[in-house]
Design a protein around this ligand. Structure first.
Ligand SMILES: [Zn+2]
Length: 410
C-alpha cells in the first residue's frame, strides 16, 4: 500500500493514467531504445489532505544538464516574474539590501528582477544547463538540490535570508519536510517564505489534468499548505491567486508568531471545504471527466485524419505529454509539434515520438488544424498567429474548453 509523503497515511489513487514517459525528456533518435517509463497515478491523502503522485521518479531523471525548460522564453512569464519580484520587494525593508534566495531559479529571470529592484540575490538550481545561463548574467547560482544541509551552509555563508522564494518549484519536491525545515532555518526572524504553484481547486475546476506529470509531485491548496507550515514552525499568513499556468496560488509563510495571518487564509480554507475538497467525491468526478476528454480528443483527431486534414501540435510543452500519451495520440494523428525552444527542435516527443520542428516550419507551411498544447498561453499565441487565421487555419483546443474553430471565433 502506498503511503503519504508527509504523514505516512495509506493513500489510494483517484486517477491512474498508466505507463508514462518523462514529460520533459525530448529524445534524440538514438535515445529511443532506453526511454524511461513510470506509472502516473494521483492520490489524495485523507490524513493531511495533500494530493500527490503515487509513484515517484528520482529527481535525477528529471532535472539534469539537459533539462529543456527555460523560464525566460515566454514574455508573459517574464512579466509575471517582474510583478512577483516587485510585490516581494515592497514587503521587505529596503535597507540594508534585502537578501533573497530563490529555489529552482532556472535561468535567473526572477533573480534579475529582484537584483534590479535592489536585492542581494542567490539562486539554487539543480539543472546545470539553465543555471549556466543565470551565471552568464552575473547571477550567483548554486547547482544543487535544496536540502537541510545546504540551508545550514547558506545561512553560515551569507547570513539569514529576508526571503526564500520559489515559483513552480515546491510542487516538484517529494522531500517536503526537508524543504520546509530548510526554508525556516535559512530565514531570519522576520523573514518570509513565499512560493507559488498550480492551485489544486483551479486544476479541478478547469479539469486541467495536464498539470499531472512526474515533475509535479504534489498539488497544493491552502489547507494542505497550512498543515505543512505548522509541522515546521511556520504559519500560512497570506494568499494571492495568480492567473499563470491556468490558475496558481502564491503562499506567504512566516515563522510562527512573526506576522498576523490575513483573514483571506481562513476564508480560502473555508471555501475549499465548501467545495468538498476534503472528501473523495470531487476527485473521483475529475477522473471521470479526464477519461471523457481524452476519448473526445482522440476521436476528433481520428475524424480529421479520415477527412485528410493535416494536424500540427503547437507548443511542445511538458504538460502536453500527459494528454498525448494517455489519449494514445501518435504521429499518424499529429504530424509534428512546433516549438520555439531550440533544445527541443529536431527531437521526438516523449512516449509518442512525434517530431518537434521549429516554429518557422509552422509559419512556412500552415497545417489545416493546429492543436494547442500551450493552452495557458492561448491569448498570446492567437495574437501572434494572425497569419494562420488569414490562411484559413483552425485551432483545436481541449482546455479550458473543447473547441475546433478559426481564431476569429475566439
Ligand atoms: Zn498525508
Amino acid at each position: 500500500m502506498p503511503r503519504c509523503l508527509v504523514c505516512a497515511t495509506a493513500i489510494e489513487p483517484f486517477i491512474d493514467f498508466g505507463r508514462m514517459p518523462i514529460a520533459n525528456r525530448f529524445l534524440a533518435p538514438e535515445e529511443l531504445a532506453d526511454e524511461f517509463f513510470y506509472n502516473l497515478a494521483v492520490a489524495r491523502c485523507p490524513g493531511c489532505e495533500l494530493v500527490q503522485l503515487v509513484e515517484l521518479v528520482a529527481p535525477e531523471q528529471m532535472f539534469h544538464e539537459r533539462y529543456a525548460y527555460f523560464s525566460s522564453t515566454s514574455r508573459r512569464m517574464s512579466e509575471h516574474f517582474a510583478g512577483f519580484a516587485a510585490a516581494l520587494l515592497a514587503e521587505l525593508p529596503p535597507a540594508p539590501a534585502p537578501f533573497v534566495v530563490e529555489l529552482g531559479s532556472n535561468d535567473g529571470i526572477m533573480l534579475q528582477h529582484l537584483r534590479s529592484g535592489g536585492a542581494r540575490v542567490l539562486g539554487v538550481e539543480p539543472s546545470a544547463n539553465v543555471a549556466a545561463v543565470a551565471r552568464e548574467r552575473g547571477l550567483d547560482t548554486r547547482v544543487a538540490f535544496f536540502d537541510l544541509a545546504l540551508a545550514e551552509q547558506l545561512r553560515a555563508e551569507y547570513g539569514p535570508a529576508d526571503a526564500v522564494v520559489g515559483a513552480n518549484v515546491v510542487c516538484h519536491v517529494a522531500a517536503l519536510d526537508e524543504l520546509f525545515e530548510g526554508a525556516r532555518r535559512l530565514l531570519g526572524p522576520q523573514g518570509v517564505f513565499v512560493f507559488e504553484d498550480p492551485y489544486l481547486p483551479e486544476i479541478i475546476a478547469r479539469t486541467a489534468f495536464d498539470q499531472f506529470y512526474e515533475e509535479h509531485v504534489v498539488y497544493f491548496r491552502a489547507e494542505s499548505v497550512a498543515g505543512l507550515a505548522r509541522r515546521h514552525g511556520l504559519e500560512l499568513v497570506e494568499l494571492h491567486p495568480q492567473a499563470v499556468h491556468g490558475g496558481s496560488m502564491r503562499y506567504t509563510l512566516a515563522p510562527r508568531g512573526a506576522r498576523s495571518a490575513s483573514p483571506r487564509v481562513a476564508q480560502t480554507i473555508a471555501r475549499e471545504r465548501e467545495l468538498g475538497l476534503h472528501t473523495a467525491a470531487p476527485y473521483a468526478a475529475l477522473g471521470e471527466r479526464v477519461g471523457q476528454l481524452a476519448k473526445r480528443l482522440r476521436e476528433t483527431l481520428e475524424q480529421l485524419r479520415d477527412e485528410g486534414k493535416r494536424v500540427q501540435g503547437y507548443g511542445a510543452t511538458a504538460k502536453s505529454s500527459t494528454m498525448i500519451n494517455y489519449a494514445k495520440l501518435t504521429p499518424a494523428l499529429i504530424e509534428s509539434i512546433c516549438d520555439t525552444t531550440p533544445a527541443k527542435q529536431g527531437r521526438l516527443s516523449p512516449g509518442a515520438h512525434i517530431r518537434v520542428v521549429p516554429h518557422e516550419a509552422f509559419v512556412a507551411d500552415y497545417p489545416d488544424v493546429a492543436l494547442l498544447f500551450a493552452w495557458n498561453h492561448a491569448d498570446e499565441i492567437f495574437a501572434k498567429e494572425r497569419g494562420f487565421e488569414a490562411a484559413g487555419g483552425r485551432w483545436l483546443t481541449y482546455l479550458p474548453e473543447f473547441r475546433l474553430d478559426p481564431p476569429h471565433m475566439r
